[in-house]
Design a binder for this molecule. Sequence first.
Ligand code: BG6
Length: 478
Amino acid sequence: MTAFPEGFLWGAGTAANQIEGAWDADGKGPTVPDMCTAGSNTEPRLITPTFEEGKTYPNHEAIDHYHRYAEDIALLGEMGLKAYRFSVAWSRIYPTGMEEEPNEAGLAFYDHVVDACLEHGIEPVITLSHYDMPYALVERYNGWYGREVIGLFERYCHTLFERFAARVRWWMTFNEINTSVSSMGCVFGVSTVRGYRGNVSRAPDEPSVRFQALHHQFVASARVVAYAHERYPELRIGCMSSFVPMYPLTTDPKDVLLAQSKMRMSSFFCSDVQVRGEYPGYALAHFRRNGIEVRMEPGDLEELRRGAVDYYSMSYYMTVCLTTHVGEGAAVGGNFSFGNRNEYLETSDWGWQIDPDGLRYAINAVNDRYGVPIVIAENGLGAADTVEEDGSIHDDYRIAYLERHLEAVAGAIDDGSNVIGFFPWGAIDMVSTSTGEMKKRYGFIYVDKHDDGTGTLARSRKDSFFWYRDVIARNGLA
Ligand code: BG6
């Protein structure tokens, strides 16, 4: 018997900056990822304020979904997908983020995407902001550090609601909002980050700046949620956090305390604000102890309360261990995480620890904390794929990874947790966020595009495509 409820959202996800390409087509303005060079697992991506000769900017063409969306969405329909999570590029709608009127060509593109989904019986799920702030807002306001950006984001979101609310019920505000607690601020133009180099904003990379920028995102998210609740009560708007469970490396109670405090600030802090509508006490204590000042305006806290989200969503890729015993265990990789190796776990070829049980643990922890519906918005394996002579792609490692993680989701549902959807990352191969590589593939659909920019961009079905089609058809694992 399947653990998955009737109407479960069997989905898959992408992000505009990683798939669309056409970075300057039809009036689109540049975004932060457009300014990022290619990197690798060992070579960081650079953020360059202007395009540099001889450097590759992989997001410029990406997989050219902008011109191939119809074929891509037809393939998702063939797989039987119930829901498709994609993001809208803010700078396609407002090229600099600051225009008074939206760019009709940008809206028309998403009209086509949404309509194609609906034609194939796929429920669209829109992420309003997935790591692609208009670059002009970094130059003008230091990204989210500038409070002015809140109002500009609201205008952009109102435009999208007005255009799509009748056709799109499910929304998320900020992708992995919590990653700017410790890193990734560069994507919002406020700081440097591990794995990336170059600070394109004038705001220094320090905790006060990051938390100030986050506060502005919290207020922006809350305002947008409250606005939608008032005008479009049928919409469901969620938050999205990168959840990285942290285990104590040893049984030393000091390690247990360390893991608890780090996990609170990294995985729980943002969703505590967005789901419960208030800053948790441990965050205020963290600010006080570390001399972090967050400027708030009168009314901000009330707005946070009014703009609590309808559901919680997480990306989940790994767990890490923490210890107070300096030097114990080797370090592990991850986009935004840090920590020690867990001797019971294997890692991906990019050094990410693979831990299906950690997903069950994460879901149950979130369920107990919030009691709102949970969506797994991302989960998947980045791996190099081999195309056989006959064109087939036997990605049994990806199937095994997803199968084990789905078993964990089923286990959490069986434990009583309210999971309503699962969106593997990604629907199709795309440019990696952390490394800018194509080689680090996540998709069910293979794209003939390589790190040196060559390839026909042709799409083909991997073995995992057929596996997932069958999972969806039977509403669960065999
Ligand atoms: C998540 C992001 O952190 O991880 C995605 O939301 C990203 O945008 C995914 O692609 C996988 O990370 P990466 O760096 O391997 O592409």
